[in-house]
Design a protein around this ligand. Sequence first.
Ligand code: PMP
Length: 310
Amino acid sequence: MWFDGEIVPWEKATIHVFTHALHYGSGVFEGIRAYQAGDDVVVFRLRDHIKRMIESAKMYSFNLPYSNQEMCDATVALIAKNDFHASLYIRPIAFKGLGGINLDARATPTSVSIMAFPYAKYFDGGKPGLDICVSSWRRIGEPAVPGMAKACGHYINSVLARTESAEAGFDEALFLDSHGNVCEGTGENIFIVKDGMIATPGFSSGILNGITRQTVMKLIRDLGMPFVVRRIARAELYSCDEAFFTGTAAEVMPILSIDRKRVGSGKPGEVTSKLKAEYERVVTGLNEKYRHYLTFVYGTRQYIRATSNN
Ligand code: PMP
């Protein structure tokens, strides 16, 4: 574990129960993936994730004692120190520590930690996609909190919806925003496809600025597929041809049914399957064009050159 500037053993990375963030959720975090690529391990869009974390901290006036570069370097050093040669999940977190119960936590010290561990699939039900429901809970956001911040406390909202959906026998929940428009999953952005046109909600629908969403939008544009960012009404969910989630943990994940109504044929659609395959090539370094998204931990690029056909 990287903890406040040094690499320490897992069991040493502990905090006191009086920690501000434990009581009030006063922290910000990121979820990042690294992939095995031949002899190397590549971190996907590391700098962009850390940038979002810095922006999240700013929204709450939390001071981050490390720069983007320092946190990127720390992440790479951590993976190398563990000698990981596997696909990983990486979780940086910055949180308010010991400083009493004052809700104005500006004077409370901020701790930063980064953890990394081998990780395969987030949704591991053995199905080609997800059966989801629209949550009875709306997504957290304005006017109460800046929903674009990836803040620890916000996730109690996701815990609620995800648990409710699991209790009802669904794989995942989909939030509507406070106006009743389609928003996002508990840890994923959503895209729908209707008559060949791909659509996803924009920031005015209270979404998180997903990095997988950004990547998929770039792929869609580069592939010349028809695409629009717009408000999506709930009813559209029940008449679209395809739907899929995007997220660091979920990657590109087909949605098979919504509220027990089949999406399209009930199987992963053509557009979804294409984007899923493209995304997998990008994150594992098989597409040269997007290699700038990757941070090579061990610096072995031969594999990428040898196997790329782009
Ligand atoms: N929405 C929410 C609420 C999330 O927690 C996540 C996961 N970070 C996403 C969307 C997808 O974001 P990303 O693609 O950056 O993982």
